[in-house]
Design a binder for this molecule. Structure first.
Ligand code: PHE
Length: 478
């Protein structure tokens, strides 16, 4: 059955490179630059990094191939539900397997709602550092440090100022959502692909430049030791659990993005090596982000375990003490903005493709419907930092007892929905889907195929099942 959700022949990726850019753009985001360094910092550095890399290699990478493959095998359905149901039907199984695609669509929708709020914080710092650059350039001193003449307390206080202004938070959230929506409305080739092929190269150039800057102006050696010397005593079972969950979030697994993007991939592209490149690029960026951020943090004598405030409070303080800090600060927040935008585009595209086929809508109305609803939930997330700061939506559930609105949505999607969808699709692909169909679509053969299928059928369900269990019942870990 090819419904109205089918991909028009002219609206897919124009090339393999275009798909790679878009998929890497989806994967590389706040997860790499904000969450990964935060988690590595909080969990003692090297040991966490090692476990993370192992999780990506053994579970993440095989699952990226699984999702992209299900998308392309989905008989011309662009949406995650139709694609999975189609593969199930052609394998002689129930179309109900599509339910795991639906979990992915719903997860993407909720992640989008809070992702746009956090991206709004990034925009806030783009504007603040933009203003800072403007003033130092006008003063004839473009290579000045950041925020000259402001005290450290004033600089760290910028975050509190933002959080205590619901109006400002919501304005930035709407701006970010509007840009995301505008690009998705332009379509796969005309919008998503164009945005990715411009923003991702710009992102990489900035990443490399700032890393080099940090290597010279910061404490590079200290950062390398911190990130790559495993201190196993810091490695708690919860940290292992956290690493696996982070691998899912960072690779955009379990959230419709890869299935949907996979459905636009031309038949001639070999998926195995492409999926490996996506996972490798995402992990490479996470590690480089660590090598970009920690030299600067250490040089300023700041705490690597500062938590979520690391990039919004610690780094601007560090830029205050560094030559060229004003310009580097602007470059840094622009880089995060580019990464966040290509990710939010993919978060909107999955539910949009679903709305197009489920409600027989054209792309424009479907994208607007999803974006407006996610925007509304995002408003609640933003208010959770001020007007509704006492609200604990999941107070009844011990894991989320003390969690505000934004973190509750983050927690339920990351700890429950992504792993659940991943578990279902790993079991489906490893055990229920037609083996020949899967093999042909994967582009793998011989031992590589057997290895991949083994990881998907055995390791992924067990490991992901454990994330689910321990993520939701940390008490089991003692
Ligand atoms: N992978 C993105 C990041 O690391 C977030 C994301 C999750 C994007 C799920 C799409 C789907 O920031």
């Amino acid at each position: 059955m090819v419904g109205s959700g089918a991909v028009a022949a002219n609206d897919g990726w124009s090339s393999r490179t275009a798909f790679l850019m878009a998929a890497i753009g989806a994967a590389v985001g706040l997860g790499n630059i904000w969450r990964f360094p935060t988690l590595a910092g909080e969990n003692g550095g090297g040991a966490f990094v090692l476990v993370y890399v192992v999780c990506v290699a053994l579970i993440g990478m095989p699952m990226v191939l699984t999702e992209v493959l299900l998308g392309r095998a989905g008989g011309g359905h662009a949406d995650a539900v139709g694609s999975v149901a189609d593969v199930a039907e052609r394998s002689g199984r129930s179309r109900k397997w599509g339910a795991f695609g639906l979990i992915e669509v719903i997860a993407a929708f909720f992640i989008l709602s809070f992702y746009s709020v956090v991206a709004g914080w990034v925009l806030n710092y783009v504007f603040l550092s933009g203003g800072d650059v403007l003033s130092v350039v006008l003063a004839g001193n473009p290579l000045s440090p950041a925020f000259v003449g402001q005290s450290q307390a004033e600089v760290t206080g910028m975050m509190g100022t933002l959080f205590s202004s619901p109006g400002r938070m919501i304005a930035l959230h709407s701006l970010f959502m509007a840009v995301t929506l505008g690009i998705v409305m332009l379509g796969v080739g005309g919008g998503i692909e164009k945005a990715a092929t411009w923003l991702m190269p710009a992102f990489f150039v900035l990443l490399v430049l700032i890393t080099i800057y940090g290597a010279f102006a910061g404490s590079f050696a200290e950062a390398v030791v911190f990130l790559f010397t495993p201190n196993f005593s810091a490695l708690t079972p919860l940290a292992v659990n956290e690493a696996l969950g982070q691998a899912f979030f960072s690779l955009s697994l379990g959230s419709a993005a890869l299935i949907t993007y996979g459905s636009y991939v031309p038949a001639r592209v070999s998926l195995g090596s492409t999926a490996a490149m996506i996972a490798a690029a995402d992990t490479g960026v996470a590690l480089l982000a660590g090598l970009m951020i920690f030299p600067i943090v250490f040089a300023a004598g700041l705490d690597p375990a500062a938590g979520p405030a690391l990039i919004f409070q610690s780094l601007p303080v560090a830029f205050q003490g560094m030559p060229g800090g004003a310009l580097v600060g602007l470059a840094f927040f622009l880089l995060i903005f580019f990464a966040a935008l290509t990710s939010s585009i993919s978060l909107l595209e999955g539910p949009t493709a679903f709305a197009m086929s489920a409600f027989k809508l054209r792309r424009g109305p479907a994208a607007i419907l999803v974006a407006v609803l996610a925007f509304a939930i995002g408003i609640a997330c933003a208010l959770g930092y001020n007007v509704w700061s006492d609200v604990r939506p999941l107070a009844f559930w011990s894991v989320f007892e003390n969690t505000n609105i934004l973190d509750s949505i983050d927690g339920v999607t990351g700890k429950l929905m992504l792993p659940l969808a991943g578990l279902g699709l790993a079991v489906f692909t490893g055990w229920r889907a037609d083996r020949r169909l899967v093999e042909a679509e994967s582009g793998l053969s011989g031992a590589t195929f057997v290895l991949w299928r083994g990881l998907v059928a055995w390791l992924a369900p067990v490991a992901v099942g454990l994330i689910l269990l321990f993520g939701l019942f940390p008490g089991l870990l003692g």
